[in-house]
Design a protein around this ligand. Structure first.
Ligand SMILES: Nc1ncnc2c1ncn2[C@@H]1O[C@H](COP(=O)(O)OP(=O)(O)O)[C@@H](O)[C@H]1O
Ligand SMILES: [Mg+2]
Length: 352
């Protein structure tokens, strides 16, 4: 049974339709990333699940029980939904110790003092905070404060945890460590986590499933590999990674494949253009790492002038120009100035 089910959720805020029809299912041991541009409704969806916003239609079930049902005017209050949250601004109480910060959620729920102490200690231990219970927030690093905020949301043992950009307050290096920590924790505790992020790299790294929101609808949902490697729409392709775009004219579409004319050269690629007729404008989209440097002419190849190169540590990014196009390519080594042949493999060239 899915721990969280959202069915055809619709919500208006200030008279504006924010979520137009959003559905999802979340199981234990799963992290679903809610991804989308700023303003796409990610926080609104999370707050609706939490019972902090009221949708006008659809259903939400937690642990198999309806907590919201638009048709039946059912709207269970937040505190009775049994969810854990970590908000974007996770302010800890500055004048309370770590233990007191974490115990507060239990105190509110009327848990006995001895039981509180046991559960707080266990939760702090599981988050690697066991020795820090007596410290105050200002005596902790940013990463430790973040863990206390997570401990606070887990101490009353919810199955479903909602996280709104939980790592956004951390600097880049800490954020990468915290990602791994969070993923490991959610898997180890067998929780079901719904995590908002606007950072596609974070979603790819942390989630088992990504739900990409666009304009109030789910643009595409799938595993990180599917979202990155097999986008169905131009929006998904562009949102999930860095691409080159080759604008041209559709020549033919036949089953899975399409052919695109770019500056007089025919490129074969994967058809993502529906039944666009021959002669229509089309775009070839390919990831930077999918473009290959090759030795000479051939199918799906074009010659370009090297414009500049950037060393990125693990690889180089080279920028080329020619045929009215700018093309970027990742490559393991440095290159000599001048003309170079690039291949755009058909399996990785999506034609929209
Ligand atoms: N209380 C509100 N009243 C009116 N509009 C709102 C309210 N809260 C959010 N919005 C609007 O809803 C849209 C989605 O917001 P939000 O869910 O915060 O997006 P995200 O988290 O994806 O950046 C935005 O355009 C925002 O301005
Ligand atoms: Mg938000």
């Amino acid at each position: 049974m899915a721990e969280l089910v959202v069915e055809h959720l619709k919500i208006r805020l200030g008279g504006i339709e924010i979520l137009k029809d959003v559905s999802l299912e979340l199981n234990r041991g799963e992290i679903t990333a809610l991804l989308g541009p700023s303003g796409s409704g990610k926080t609104t969806l999370l707050r609706s699940v939490a019972g902090l916003e009221q949708p006008y239609d659809g259903r939400i079930l937690v642990g198999g029980k309806p907590v919201f049902d638009g048709a039946k005017s059912l709207n269970v209050p937040t505190e009775a939904r049994g969810l854990g949250f970590v908000f974007q601004s996770y302010a800890l109480w500055p004048n309370r110790t770590v233990e007191a910060n974490v115990a507060y959620a239990l105190k509110l729920r009327g848990v006995a003092a001895s039981e509180q102490a046991t559960r707080v200690a266990k939760t702090l231990d599981s988050l690697g905070l066991g020795k820090l219970g007596h410290r105050y927030p200002h005596e902790l690093s940013g990463g430790q404060q973040q863990r206390v905020a997570i401990a606070r949301s887990l101490v009353y043992q919810p199955t479903v945890v909602l996280l709104d950009e939980p790592l956004s307050n951390l600097d880049a290096k800490l954020r990468e460590e915290a990602r791994a920590f969070l993923k490991e924790l959610i898997m180890r505790e067998n929780l079901a986590a719904l995590m908002v992020t606007h950072d596609q790299a974070e979603a790819l790294a942390v989630a088992n499933k990504i739900l990409l929101l666009n304009g109030g609808y789910v643009e595409q949902a799938g595993t990180p590999e599917e979202m990155y490697g097999a986008p169905k729409t131009l929006f998904t392709a562009e949102f999930m990674g860095s691409n080159n775009r080759l604008n041209g004219t559709i020549k033919t579409v036949s089953g899975q494949r399409a052919a695109l004319d770019v500056a007089g050269t025919a490129f074969d690629g994967m058809a993502r253009c529906g039944d666009k007729p021959g002669g229509a404008e089309g775009s070839g989209v390919i990831r930077l790492e999918a473009v290959h440097l090759v030795e000479g002419a051939g199918a799906n190849r074009m010659q370009f002038e090297l414009v500049t190169s950037m060393f990125l540590g693990s690889h180089w990014e080279h920028v080329f120009r020619g045929h009215g196009l700018n093309v970027r390519a990742h490559h393991r080594g440095a290159l000599q100035p001048g003309q170079h042949w690039l291949e755009f493999p058909a399996e990785q060239l999506w034609i929209f």
